[in-house]
Design a binder for this molecule. Structure first.
Ligand SMILES: [Zn+2]
Length: 283
């Protein structure tokens, strides 16, 4: 049975996790079928949970996500998983441009860089992790395809940002992450550092590597502001201590390590606490 407010909105791929339903009218049909290939993480970038919930359910705002996770770990369900929520905007990953049609969007309550960015509480991270595992397993998504908004829209977006605990997700078997024991400094010992303003074959190599991971990068051999934005997005995700858009040796080492992970064998499905009875419930 469909949750109240979700009637007539197509098949629901329902989670068995405890959720609070707060239906948003802001969704449409997935274009090109129901397949979900990606989980996309955001922060709300607003002062409060209430303000974010109001905006994500306001028809005039024309934005939404499938889920909204409060700082206390409460998961709010806004849009049925079978529908196309409006969270990614102009975005691209691995050549895929209609990210909304192929993804499930999770908004994570945090004031963001606009309103007083702060760490994500452990209880909130636990809820996000459990929800991601649940979605990845039910939809059969490649566990590496849990990404941030800044990964798919590096020229425009900073969320969920450098305070998001990607390492915690990786510990649960989710997302792209360096292999155990990887030493980025040793890996990049012979790599020349590159900075905005440079040009040449080494810059082109970096562009190809970032493209191979999935980022949208122009292959022009120029370390222009566009490439610096992509490097900054990479750093927010994989080297949050310094996000300056400069391809220093540690960043370069990580780029080639993540490239190897991204193009390597698909990892096993994450294990985790879940109690699921099937796939496509409802309808
Ligand atoms: Zn976002």
């Amino acid at each position: 049975m469909l949750p109240s407010g979700f009637e007539g909105s197509g098949p629901v791929f329902a989670t068995a996790l405890p959720v609070v339903d707060r239906p948003s009218p802001n969704h449409g049909p997935r274009v090109g079928g129901d397949a979900v290939e990606m989980v996309l993480l955001h922060y709300t970038d607003m002062e409060s949970m209430a303000a974010a919930a109001d905006r994500l359910t306001d028809p005039a705002a024309e934005v939404s996500a499938h889920y909204l996770v409060d700082e206390d770990g409460t998961i709010h369900r806004l849009v049925p998983e079978g529908r196309r929520a409006w969270h990614a905007g102009h975005a691209c990953w691995g050549g895929l441009r209609d990210v909304n049609s192929r993804s499930i969007g999770i908004e994570i309550v945090n004031p963001g860089h606009s309103c007083g960015y702060r760490p994500f509480p452990a209880v909130q991270m636990d809820a996000v992790t459990a929800l991601c595992i649940d979605i990845v397993v039910r939809h059969g998504i490649d566990p590496r395809a849990v990404l941030g908004h800044s990964d798919v829209a590096p020229q425009r977006k900073r969320d969920p940002g450098e305070l998001f605990d990607w390492a915690a997700l990786a510990a649960a078997g989710l997302g792209l992450w360096p292999r155990h024991g990887f030493d980025p400094e040793a890996a990049a010992a012979h790599a020349p550092a590159m900075a905005p303003g440079m040009a040449g074959p080494a810059v082109l190599d970096l562009q190809f590597a970032l493209d191979g991971i999935g980022y949208e990068v122009e292959g022009n051999g120029l370390y222009d502001p566009s490439l610096a934005a992509v490097v900054t997005a990479f750093q927010r995700h994989f080297r949050p201590a310094l996000c300056d858009g400069t391809a220093d040796p540690e960043t370069l080492g990580l780029v080639y390590e993540i490239l190897a992970v991204a193009q390597g064998p698909r990892p096993p499905m994450p294990a985790g606490p879940r109690d699921l009875t099937g796939t496509a419930g409802g309808a």
